[in-house]
Design a protein around this ligand. Structure first.
Ligand code: SAM
Length: 218
């Protein structure tokens, strides 16, 4: 993805297609961890054509979502309208998005491996900082195994995830699930076939050094 000379144009061209390039169903790892979502608000990072942001809204969450592609955001809004939910989709790159500190009950990032390692450190930091204490972080991405499968993703080793990277970035969180696995996925034409995957579900501690406690009333 970051190998593109002009990533925004390239993504806009991809998303100019009438069909939903990554399908209309939510990501399977996200869906499987629905029970870990905390009632309230959610941020969907680089949400593309909206399949995950819309699904989060269908779970009763108040959702903000951003992506830098106008075509993606247009299609995401259309999907939300069709499904009769409201999502606050905004068109921003991750650097210019208004990351509010300790604002969201959930932060979800699915296949957003456009960031090179140094940028990714900052992106992960902003994601963690925008979660409220007690909030849930869900990340789905590709591992280096994906370079053999070549069924989606940026195709660059330095952009791939592994468990050590996640523990490094979110080691201060309570890890509810961290797994490296292979699975057949079918997400539109964009992600299709056997894939090398990583899933992370983690909870931001209520206080530094403290154990997570379920927020009252949830
Ligand atoms: C592989 S797609 C995944 C989209 C969505 N998360 C999903 O799972 O359907 C990656 C997304 O990242 C977006 N993107 C790429 N670079 C970005 C950046 N610098 N800031 C914000 N979004 C970006 C693209 O427009 C695209 O929608």
């Amino acid at each position: 993805m970051s190998t593109f000379n002009n990533p925004k144009n390239t993504w806009n061209q991809r998303f100019a297609a009438e069909h939903y390039v990554f399908g209309e169903a939510p990501n399977a790892y996200l869906q499987a961890h629905a029970a870990d979502l905390v009632p309230g608000t959610a941020l969907a990072v680089a949400d593309g054509e909206g399949r995950n942001g819309v699904w989060l809204a269908q779970q009763g969450l108040q959702v903000d979502a951003f992506d830098f592609s106008e075509n993606a955001v247009r299609k995401a809004l259309a999907m939300a309208n069709r499904r009769q939910v409201t999502v606050n989709f905004v068109c921003h790159d991750w650097q210019s998005f208004d990351w509010k500190p300790a604002h969201y009950d959930n932060v979800v990032g699915v296949f957003f491996q456009f960031a090179a390692p140094e940028e990714r450190t900052e992106l992960f930091r902003r994601m963690g900082a925008s979660l409220k204490p007690g909030g849930t972080l869900i990340v789905q991405g590709y591992t280096s195994r994906q370079l053999d499968f070549n069924t989606g993703g940026p195709g660059k080793l330095s952009h791939m995830y592994d468990e050590a990277l996640m523990r490094d970035a979110f080691g201060h969180f309570d890890i509810l699930d961290l797994r490296t696995y292979e699975a057949e996925i079918s997400e539109g034409t964009g992600h299709h076939g056997m894939s090398g995957l990583l899933g992370l579900t983690a909870r931001k501690p209520l206080a530094t050094g403290g154990q997570w406690r379920r927020p009252e009333g949830s």
